[in-house]
Write a protein that binds this ligand. Structure first.
Ligand code: NAI
Ligand code: SF4
Length: 442
């Protein structure tokens, strides 16, 4: 059985409530950090742990924290990005719903380390029932002296606020989130300056994902050196993976980052294999923004090495033959799934969610959607496949925020690995909507 650091107590009845959380070791890390470590030691421990941002980008957390500007007399903020909207990703929801105090404790330790006296949880609008759970946990923590003024007599003050989003995917992009938090339309800002220098209301701000902040708790409890032992190389610790698609056991799993993709898909501890005994066709390992991998490149890298559930291994070969761990939204497709239809579904999503600020994204996402729609519905031409390739190339790297790349990469990967399926659609317009895409087509 894999060891757990975040969900190890998730099964305990009542763990959502303060008393149970506390009696099972909760807030011990906060006590340790505030009473015997101090802010700099906490930052050092997080650096030592090698923790990388769990929202998708994998940026080293300790490094991000150390970038925070500290001008005299200017407040600093910690913002928790709970706007989890990446298709296939639902791990943060699980954490907030079942163990909210882990996030509150993580926010307390992280705010202390950063010298932030206000922390915000910006939560996805569709998670309509979770703010109440968080508010209750915050009230409990405040009642017990973990929030408010002079926490544990250290002189450190902290308030945590919950802000609901209104259902826009783009507000998960950190600068759009800050705009929204300031009460404006959620349009991404140009970076740099990064939020660590100029963030919320122009002040230094760290934006971290829910899971990243929660992971600070076990890091302080066990120490950075121990945390490293839960992974391989620069993929340290454990990672929450939300697994969905054609598998026997969809759900949220905590893995040590030292298991293979094959083990994750086929072992009974995790996904339990492909549903109905069908064959694995493809997988999007890190949420809809990352490239799809065909089965042959999913279980082994192009070099023939075992593909591991790590940042490095999933990206081995770059996007030519690899993908990304991303947000851990693991979408598995069996032999009956149609890559063209899936790609169209994602293209529709990105077009709908584009904020429209930059033309390559605003126009390109709509154009890709139309061309994909034509191919899927039997009205495509062979030249449309090259046209699609050209459009995605012109979006990638030419936009203000990563939504443009996120829209381009799935199209590129689908054509790269499944071009014959696109061609089949063009050649068989009458069958395009009624076919069952078995592996016989390859
Ligand atoms: P990014 O690579 O631009 O930045 C990562 C983080 O590091 C940011 O907080 C940024 O401010 C910080 N950073 C980078 N360089 C810095 C510097 N020189 N100084 C100070 N701070 C610096 O990536 P971004 O835009 O934060 O995230 C993109 C990823 O988000 C995608 O790869 C995708 O996987 C993921 N994503 C996740 C979603 C979810 O629901 N979890 C939704 C959509 C995308
Ligand atoms: Fe808006 Fe798309 Fe430009 Fe991002 S890439 S700023 S979503 S138009």
């Amino acid at each position: 059985m894999g060891r757990k650091l975040l969900l190890d107590k998730a099964h305990i009845e009542g763990i959502r409530y303060y008393d149970t959380y506390r009696s099972n070791g909760g807030y011990a890390a906060a006590e340790k950090a505030l009473k015997s470590m101090g802010p700099d030691a906490v930052v050092e421990e997080v650096k030592k742990s090698g923790l990388r941002g769990r929202g998708g980008a994998g940026f080293p957390t300790g490094l991000k924290w150390s970038f925070i500007a500290k001008p005299e007399g200017v407040p600093r903020y910690l913002v928790c990005n709970a706007d989890e909207s990446e298709p296939g990703t639902f791990k943060d929801r699980y954490l907030m719903e079942f163990i909210p105090h882990l996030l509150i404790e993580g926010l307390l330790i992280s705010s202390f380390a950063l010298g932030a006296n206000s922390a915000y949880i910006y939560i996805r609008g569709e998670y309509a029932w979770i703010p109440d759970i968080l508010e209750q946990a915050i009230a409990e923590a405040k009642n017990k002296g973990w929030l408010g003024k002079n926490i544990l007599g250290t002189g450190f003050d902290l308030e945590i606020y919950v802000q609901r989003g209104a259902g826009a995917y783009i507000c998960g992009e950190e600068t759009a989130l800050l705009e929204s938090l300031e009460g404006k339309r959620g349009n991404p800002r140009i970076k740099p300056p990064f939020p660590a220098v100029k963030g919320l209301w122009g002040c230094p701000t760290v934006v971290n994902n829910v899971e990243t902040i929660a992971a600070v708790v076990p890091i302080i409890n066990i120490g950075g050196d121990e945390y490293i032992k839960f992974g391989i190389g620069k993929s340290t610790g454990t990672k929450l993976i939300s697994a969905c698609g054609n598998i026997n056991k969809p759900g949220v799993y905590e893995i040590e980052m030292n298991i293979s993709v094959e083990e994750f898909i086929y072992s009974d501890e995790y996904c339990g294999g492909i549903k109905g005994g069908k064959r694995l066709k493809a997988c999007i390992p890190g949420g809809s923004s990352v490239p799809v991998l065909p089965a042959n490149l999913l279980l082994k890298t192009a070099k023939g090495e075992t593909r591991m559930m790590t940042y490095e291994s999933l990206n081995d070969g770059g996007f030519a033959t690899g993908s990304m761990l991303g947000s851990g939204g693991f979408i598995v497709m069996d032999e009956d799934q149609c890559i063209v239809r899936n790609t169209l579904t994602f293209a529709r999503f990105y077009h709908h969610e584009s904020c429209g600020q930059c033309s390559p994204c605003r126009e390109g996402t709509g154009w890709m959607k139309k061309v994909l729609h034509n191919i899927e519905y039997g009205k495509g031409k062979m030249s449309d496949i090259d046209l699609l390739w050209d459009i995605q190339r012109k979006i990638e790297g030419n936009t203000i925020c990563p939504l443009g790349d996120a829209a381009a990469w799935p199209v590129a990967a689908a054509i790269r690995h499944f071009r014959d399926e696109f061609e089949w659609h063009v050649k068989h317009p009458d069958e395009a909507l009624t076919r069952n895409f078995g592996l016989a087509h390859y």
